[in-house]
Design a protein around this ligand. Structure first.
Ligand SMILES: [Zn+2]
Length: 234
């Protein structure tokens, strides 16, 4: 059966009309590309429900769309020989058939050619899990006020390098491993300082400066290169 394509009349996100694709599927989902938004829906879902669905996701979709439009049109696909940034070093990706997962061998990262991107990203996430907690704990130990650190976790949120909750959970984006080590330290200190101050007040920045006196170059670096770092490959 050929899925029917239509528009959701009068509805636009990021200045672009919203496309509607109905097919024999069971759930409603949304896809954002640089060309705009497409809603995938079952044949009989009411239009009013689809409009609510889009409205609920509007803020996220507009942010995502903006990133796609200004982002990295020239991000390259992960292929054999791809230079993988890793904490200021470069690992050369080597695609090999039949491997079970990615594995570092000296300055190379061997990964299964059948699932290159999945394996490479899983490897980065495992490294991030291993490396981030001690760094966050290092800064948390220097904090003499605020809430205690309860956990360090990973995030995969587009456009956010880290977060800190009122419950004391610090999250860092695994893609910080693509940046030089100073950038990772800065984001760790930045989020840990939120354990003392859940805002960006002068008192908060004083806390950051106490944890990491030389934080400003890293902050600037991230403003300049952060967007590209979020989309290092496709
Ligand atoms: Zn902050």
């Amino acid at each position: 059966m050929v899925p029917s394509l239509a528009l959701l009349p009068g509805l636009s996100v990021g200045g672009l009309p919203v496309q509607l694709r109905r097919s024999q599927r069971r759930t409603v989902s949304l896809r954002v590309t640089a060309q705009g938004l497409t809603v995938y829906a079952p044949e009989r879902t009411e239009e009013a429900r689809l409009r609510r669905f889009v409205e609920d996701k509007r803020a996220w979709a507009e942010r995502h769309l903006q990133q796609l439009q200004q982002g990295q049109p020239d991000a390259l696909p992960l292929t054999d020989g791809f230079p993988l940034p890793y904490l200021g070093q470069t690992l050369t990706l080597q695609a090999m058939p039949g491997l079970r997962g990615a594995q570092r061998v000296g300055t190379a990262l061997h990964a299964p050619s059948e699932a290159l991107r999945t394996a490479v990203e899983a490897w980065y996430k495992a490294e991030a899990l291993r490396l981030f907690a001690p760094i966050v704990q290092h800064y948390a130990a220097q904090l003499n006020r605020g809430r205690p650190l309860t956990a360090t976790r990973l995030t995969n949120a587009a456009g956010r390098w880290g977060s800190c909750t009122a419950a004391g959970v610090v999250r860092l984006h695994w893609k910080l491993l693509l940046a030089p080590p100073d950038i990772l330290k800065y984001v760790a200190a930045h989020e840990v300082a939120h354990l003392a101050e859940l805002n960006h007040s002068p008192r908060y920045w004083a806390e950051v400066a106490r944890l990491l006196p030389e934080y400003r170059p890293a902050e600037r670096w991230l403003k300049e290169h952060g967007a590209a770092l979020m989309q290092p490959w496709r």
